[in-house]
Design a binder for this molecule. Structure first.
Ligand SMILES: Nc1ncnc2c1ncn2[C@@H]1O[C@H](COP(=O)(O)OP(=O)(O)OP(=O)(O)O)[C@@H](O)[C@H]1O
Ligand SMILES: [Mg+2]
Length: 505
């Protein structure tokens, strides 16, 4: 069989850095290939070379045995390559049907044929088990997982042969991940070739036929999935950087000086209903639940981003009514959102400046910005978060996971912060660095911060939290789960709304 796609010895050089080095791979019809590797390993760059976004400096790309040179994504599309990038591009103001036909709209007598597009969209959605999606819904009405599905279907709607997926599951939980993996299997069965990038090894092992591991731009492993196992993959991905997770079950902060930072009583906001909890200084509070359970609404309400429709909050004993993020920051609360785009870094500015942006005032004296102090501070954080780029690199040139780490550092630099709210803090972070971030979160607890962590990953919530709240359908499951006394199954059951073995605080 002629492979659908072959990549022969491609390399990519940016300035003095060789980001990809002689990388080769192939994808047969009906095959799913997982591409794994640490943050900055070159995965997204490889995808860009195959989808016409960038040209390789050496090597070649073959489609069905024929060498091609693609100088734009449109050209790649025409050759049968479809790509869903790390950041989604569904257009908010267009309908589902319009998004599905973007760039190849159906027309009748020179006008958009909305009826035909609507009709074909419905058929397409139905054939992939997504009949709950309305072709007339606007992009902005869709949830993140729905947008992801729409992007994939839009690519498929272009009659592609090879589908490239760059971390498609990083914002999804249980149900949605399964649904996406099922969709991938279905597409493969129909003869498509798929390249799947992920940091989640279990997913890669569950869905793919072959795996390729990149480390520092080179292929270090390429094998059939039956010949590899998880621990071995971890070693190949992390190389020497792997750190042991030595965190024990001791509470992050156990002395008596701990202060009640937050008291939330019967809070309602967005999807969250009647939520009550407290947060002490030195404590890491995990909030677990499925996507859509209302976890993010609570964080947004606390940060003045979402209207509070009921209940009260006190902060260090004082009434706290957050109306804007500026107020929340001034009160000592920081919110790291799960969406890098929303969090707003400035792509053209350096890592250093992006890191200190919200805290610039702290580095100013008599109208002068103390750049040397900024540099020193930034270097410290770059070391502790293992950010291996020059601090003057523009943010736009960093890999997705590295951008996430910079935003993490940014939160820690803002003066006067007592409470950190972290929404999916390791989204897009590779398994080596993930353990480091978990240790860092525990460390923040020991330093006296009150930390609230929202995560869809049970392992993560269990690794970082002193206490865990579970939310299901907007409501909190009665009580707290405690560190060291909870099993994964308890949390899952509670999140699914079932009765659970609840520990009392
Ligand atoms: N335009 C660019 N100019 C300079 N360097 C770049 C550019 N784009 C990417 N890089 C660098 O290339 C390396 C590989 O980045 P890439 O985005 O491919 O990593 P990745 O494997 O996708 O990582 P992640 O898991 O974090 O998404 C990184 O060190 C990144 O900083
Ligand atoms: Mg990437």
């Amino acid at each position: 069989m002629v492979p659908l796609l072959e990549v022969h010895g491609v390399s990519k050089v940016y300035g003095n850095t060789r980001v990809l080095n002689q990388v080769s791979l192939k994808v047969e019809p009906g095959e799913i290939l997982a591409v794994l590797g640490h943050n900055g390993a070159g995965k997204s760059t490889l995808i860009k070379l195959i989808s016409g976004v960038e040209l390789p400096n050496e090597g070649s790309v073959l489609i069905q045995g024929k060498r091609v040179i693609m100088t734009s994504p449109l050209e790649a599309h025409k050759l049968g390559i479809g790509c869903v990038y790390q950041e989604l591009h569904v257009i908010d103001g267009l309908t589902v049907a319009q998004n599905l036909f973007l760039g190849h709209e159906k027309t009748k007598k020179g006008l958009l044929d909305m009826q035909a597009m609507r009709h074909e969209s419905r058929t397409l959605l139905e054939s992939f088990g997504l009949s709950d999606l309305d072709p007339d819904s606007l992009g902005k009405e869709l949830s993140h997982p729905q947008k992801q599905m729409i992007e994939i279907l839009a690519a498929i709607n272009m009659q592609i042969k090879v589908l490239l997926l760059d971390e498609p599951t990083s914002s999804l939980t249980l149900g949605e991940v399964d649904r996406l993996l099922d969709l991938m299997r279905l597409l493969a069965k129909k003869g498509l070739g798929i390249i799947f990038i992920t940091h989640k090894l279990k997913e890669a092992l569950a869905v793919s036929d072959h795996v390729t591991v990149l480390r520092n731009g080179s292929v270090v492993l390429a094998d059939h999935v039956n010949n590899v196992h998880e621990e071995q993959l971890v070693e190949y991905i992390a190389g020497k950087r792997l750190v042991e997770n030595t965190e024990s079950n001791v509470s992050a902060h156990s002395d008596d000086s701990s202060e009640e930072l937050l008291q939330v009583s019967h809070l309602s906001s967005g999807k969250a209903l009647d939520a009550s909890f407290t947060l002490q200084s030195g404590q890491v509070l995990g909030i677990y639940g499925l996507v859509g359970a209302g976890r993010t609404d609570i964080l947004k309400a606390l940060f003045g981003l979402e209207q509070i429709t009921g209940g009260t909050i006190t902060m260090s004993g004082q009434p706290y009514v957050p109306k804007t993020p500026t107020q929340a920051l001034a009160a000592g609360l920081y919110y790291l959102t799960e969406d890098r785009k929303v969090d707003g870094f400035i792509p053209g500015l350096s890592v250093a400046l992006n890191m200190v942006l919200p805290s610039l005032a702290a580095f100013e004296q008599n109208g002068m910005i103390k750049f040397r102090q900024i540099a020193a501070k930034v270097e410290t954080f770059m070391r502790s978060l293992n950010i291996q780029v020059d601090r003057e690199t523009p943010m736009a040139n960093l890999s997705g996971g590295t951008q996430q780490k910079v935003l993490f550092a940014r939160a820690l630099l803002v003066p006067g912060i007592k409470i950190l709210m972290l929404d999916e803090p390791t989204k897009g972070i590779d398994i080596g660095s993930k353990t480091e971030i978990h240790s860092l979160i525990r460390q923040l607890g020991r330093e006296g911060y009150g930390v609230i962590v929202v995560s869809s990953e049970v392992e993560e919530i269990m690794a970082v939290s002193d206490r865990i709240l579970v939310m299901a359908s907007g409501r909190m499951v009665e009580n707290y789960f405690l560190r060291g006394q909870t099993e994964e199954a308890d949390l899952l059951r509670a999140a699914l709304g079932g009765k659970s073995r609840v520990q009392s605080a």
